[in-house]
Design a protein around this ligand. Structure first.
Ligand code: HEM
Length: 428
């Protein structure tokens, strides 16, 4: 792409650049690890160290615009030496203002602690046992055909039902959740962000109704189950949250943990399907799977970017940032920072710093579901390798090696194929 073509890209608008954003990230990087792009006046953070600095400083930077970015809406201009009073007065009008990722301390600290009570080590262990069972159930649905469309047949339902199980949704209701959240009318890709509408709120309506009911029921009639523990969990100060607070935390896990993980799984299986020698190496050395998942997260970062708002003037990477400025943190670009990762565009197992990527963010807002996502990746990869020999990307659907065609979501926020047609030889 020529420099003038890159100059013309308004990255926050839908466009073909989102199918392959990496040339644009390198264009940003050529202007420095922190650069104010001219179309929206947003400070783009592509540096690894600079990203960590921003993630780390939840005093200077607010998360109120984490989803909305520079698109407000703010009824008054963000002017002055400290925009904190404007944030406090108007943050409730921003998209997703009722969701944990947009909270700031101290509210964030209290709600995050509540979430930590839902994702305990014991719960994660039980949830992983369910994952092994679920992976086989999903695979049983298509394995004999010798082919599948991975996103719809496996990754979508698998990641959805793992969260449902984590929250104690009875298995008898799993089919309803699958239909409501991923039925024909709600294929993956339709609940995702775009510049016009950062996220479709509608599927959350079903979750809001269900979880309000579950929590209210368990508070009236406690049982010995996961939902009762969720319904009766308290804030660190001992107070009982409103039903709505718990409902929002539970519902948000579907939005935060479904599509992101589905896109990670798809990236992993796509890479296995495209690289038979790597697939063989993984088959024969299963202990490499965690490393494989992390390298995929680094190179194919499912949540490509997020936003922050500067409350006061500050400096990052030598660049002055005024109060009221929007920053776009781009972990997908930071994960290819050559100052941090040698030959950053190369897929390489066994990098010494393979855990240093920022795909799960960093600091107080770092992904609360990272252990879950990692377990889902390991369990899925193990069961695919066990039950399928010679996993291949379909040439008919995606073209031959060297000229593959994939469709990614047309947004700056998410990356990962919308469809992945696979062929394989069933084992056993
Ligand atoms: C590969 C899969 C996943 C990726 C790449 C991912 C990525 C991220 C990132 C980058 C953030 C921080 C956003 C920011 O700083 O603005 C985040 C936050 C979060 N993630 Fe994940 N996530 C994944 C899976 C999950 C899962 C499975 C769950 C739970 C079921 C989950 C729950 C959350 C929650 C609740 C937050 C908000 C945390 C907070 O604001 O304190 N995520 N995720």
């Amino acid at each position: 792409m020529s420099t003038s073509e890159l100059d013309a890209i308004d990255f926050l608008q839908p466009g073909p650049c989102h199918q392959d954003p990496f040339p644009y990230y390198e264009y940003l990087r050529a202007h420095g690890p922190v650069w104010r792009e001219p179309h929206n006046g947003v400070f783009m953070i592509t540096g690894h160290q600079e990203g960590i600095q921003v993630y780390h400083d939840s005093t200077t930077f607010s998360n109120c615009n984490a989803v909305a970015g520079p698109f407000g809406p703010w009824p008054v201009p963000l002017e002055g030496d400290d925009v904190s009073p404007i944030i406090a007065q108007y943050r409730d009008g921003l998209p997703f203002s009722d969701q944990l990722p947009t909270f700031d301390p101290p509210k964030h600290t209290a709600h995050r602690a509540l979430l930590a009570r839902l994702i305990t080590p014991k719960r994660l262990k039980e949830n992983e046992e369910f994952m092994w069972r679920l992976a086989d159930q999903q695979i049983d649905e298509f394995v004999d055909r010798g082919e599948c469309e991975f996103v719809h047949d496996y990754a979508g339902p698998f990641t959805l039902l793992v969260v449902a199980d984590l929250l104690g949704v009875p298995e008898s209701e799993h089919a309803t959740f699958r239909e409501e959240l991923q039925g024909e009318h709600r294929r993956i890709g339709q609940t995702t962000a775009s510049a016009d509408s950062p996220m479709d709120h509608k599927p959350l309506g079903f979750l809001y109704d269900r979880f309000t009911r579950y929590i209210a029921e368990r508070r009236r009639e406690p049982r010995d189950d996961v939902m009762t523990r969720m319904a009766t969990a308290t804030f660190p100060d001992g107070s009982l949250p409103e039903v709505e607070d718990v409902m929002l935390i539970a519902s948000n896990l579907f939005a935060a943990g479904g599509e992101t993980t589905a896109r990670l799984l798809s990236a992993m299986v796509r890479i296995m399907g495209e690289r038979p020698e790597l697939q063989k190496q993984l088959r024969d050395n299963r202990e490499l799977l965690p490393n494989f998942a992390e390298e995929t997260l680094r190179l194919e970062t499912p949540l490509q970017s997020t936003f922050r708002l500067a409350r006061i003037p500050t400096t990052i990477g030598g660049v002055e940032i005024p109060a009221g400025a929007t920053l776009m943190l781009i972990p997908a670009a930071a994960n290819r920072d050559p100052r941090e990762f040698e030959d950053p565009a190369e897929f390489r197992l066994g990098r010494p710093n393979w855990r240093q990527h920022l795909a799960f963010g960093f600091g107080v807002h770092a992904c609360a579901g990272a252990p879950l996502a990692r377990a889902e990746a390991r369990v899925s990869a193990e069961r695919f390798l066990d039950r399928m020999a010679d996993i291949r990307v379909s040439e008919k659907a995606h073209g031959p090696p060297g000229a593959r065609r994939y469709e990614h979501p047309g947004t700056y926020m998410l990356r990962g194929v919308n469809r992945l047609q696979l062929e394989f030889t069933p084992v056993g």
